[in-house]
Design a protein around this ligand. Structure first.
Ligand code: PSV
Ligand code: MN
Length: 405
């Protein structure tokens, strides 16, 4: 049935001037990095409900990620969070991953949970606290070296709660000095990605509140410091695709944390609430061509009631859908309409792609990759979730995340 649908769609796309073979090749090259923490028990600040079968350690997280990769074919790397994923033997962990067709991706630092960071980590007025934070970062650089990763992912809970509490600028200067020291300690082929967020856990100001503040610091650090865009970290109404286009134009877009939100930093499945926004972001990435080379497409989600593996497969499929729709935008027609100031004509070119049902195309791509055309059906038929539920059972889940360093 979907074979007929594919033929119909392929003919339609060819008529629109789309090179279907090229689109399929691009979709096969797509790469989504999964977060280790997406497979563990996580929750809200009110409660963490235990999910039967949740991964209890990094080995089980990698097992789950490798199953998602097996179903989707485009998730060969996994981001890790330190200390949540700490092990004694990093080389053995990298080997464990490799045996499952995976590699370790971004190494995430964590200075937002330990008590000593209650007044900040890299911005803390106390040099002893900053020193401990720096040691943690140096440890993460060493871990990255051992697991073969070239990527450090940095997010800070640093900030203040009340006007007048502290000097923005004194804190900023401490952050710049800290990150400069850290940058100097990185091997010459390592990149750091600096993530911004405008509130939470700090509620009056955060030290890296928006892309401009992160960008300004990355500029000071050097070429291998780039901005990380988490889709849940902006005030409502922010035009994220415009930020993406600007950062790409400046070679300062390091990567994404994909997720979706209705209200705050909800960490829901990417594309579940606002698929149009996701499409528009991918549209800028496709339009940028080679300038998007090196961008890392990571997921940062917490599935706390919904089944975790299925949620991750949904996420990957939504990212494929958004990318496929962006790839079939008729770029020439768009440029022509834009040149003629045909406002609604240009808009229609975009909408034509967005409204196209790309499911038969994605099903065909999966088949050509030797996969089941419907990864959710394949997951259900596999019995994987039942197997891990039985093997792992229920792990009593405390509140929120496990402790930080
Ligand atoms: C902070 O909200 C954040 O987006 C950072 O990326 C953290 O590392 C991650 O969430 C923890 O889930
Ligand atoms: Mn994030």
């Amino acid at each position: 049935m979907h074979h007929d649908a594919y033929r119909l769609l392929a003919d339609q796309l060819a008529e629109r001037g789309v090179d279907v073979t090229e689109v399929k090749a691009a979709l096969k090259r797509q790469h989504v990095e999964l977060p280790s923490w997406g497979f563990a028990n996580t929750g809200t600040r009110f409660k963490t409900y235990a999910w039967r079968g949740a991964a209890r350690n990094i080995y089980e997280k990698l097992e789950d990620a490798s199953f998602v990769h097996k179903l989707t074919g485009i998730c060969p790397s996994v981001a890790i969070h330190i200390p949540w994923d700490k092990v004694d033997d990093w080389t053995a962990l990298a080997e464990f991953a490799a045996q499952r067709g995976l590699r370790i991706g971004a190494v995430n630092t964590n200075t937002f949970q330990a008590d000593r960071y209650n007044f900040g980590s890299l911005t803390n007025a106390d040099p002893a606290v900053r020193r401990l934070a720096l040691e943690h970062h140096l440890e993460c650089i060493a871990i990255a070296g051992q697991v073969g990763s070239k990527l450090l992912s940095l997010w800070y809970g640093d900030g203040t709660n009340y006007p007048g509490q502290e000097s923005f600028i004194a804190r900023r200067h401490r952050a710049i000095a800290f990150l400069s020291e850290m940058y100097a300690a990185m091997p010459s082929d390592m990149r750091l990605l600096l993530e911004y967020k405008f509130y939470e856990p700090a509620f009056y100001h955060t030290d890296f509140a928006d892309w401009g503040q992160a960008y300004a610091i990355c500029l000071k650090l050097g070429e291998r410091a780039q901005v990380l865009v988490d889709l849940g970290h902006h005030p409502h109404g922010t035009n994220i695709e415009h930020i993406v286009a600007t950062l790409l134009d400046e070679s300062k877009l390091g990567g994404f944390h994909f997720n979706n939100r209705k209200y705050g930093d909800d960490d829901l499945i990417a594309g579940s609430i606002n698929p149009f926004e996701l499409f528009l972001i991918y549209n800028e990435l496709v339009a940028a061509g080679d300038a998007a080379e090196g961008v890392v497409y990571m997921v940062d989600q917490c599935h706390y009631l919904e089944p975790k593996i299925e949620a991750m497969v949904h996420t990957v499929m939504n990212l494929q859908t958004a990318y496929a729709k962006a790839l079939i935008v008729n770029r020439q027609a768009l440029a022509d309409r834009q040149a003629e100031h045909d406002i609604l004509g240009a808009h229609r070119v975009l909408m034509e792609a967005y409204e196209t049902d790309v499911r038969p195309l994605l099903a065909r791509v999966r088949e050509e990759m030797g996969l089941h055309p419907d990864p959710i059906a394949a997951l259900k038929a596999s019995g994987y979730e039942q197997r891990i539920a039985e093997a792992r059972g229920v792990t009593p889940a405390g509140g929120g995340f496990p402790e930080g360093d």
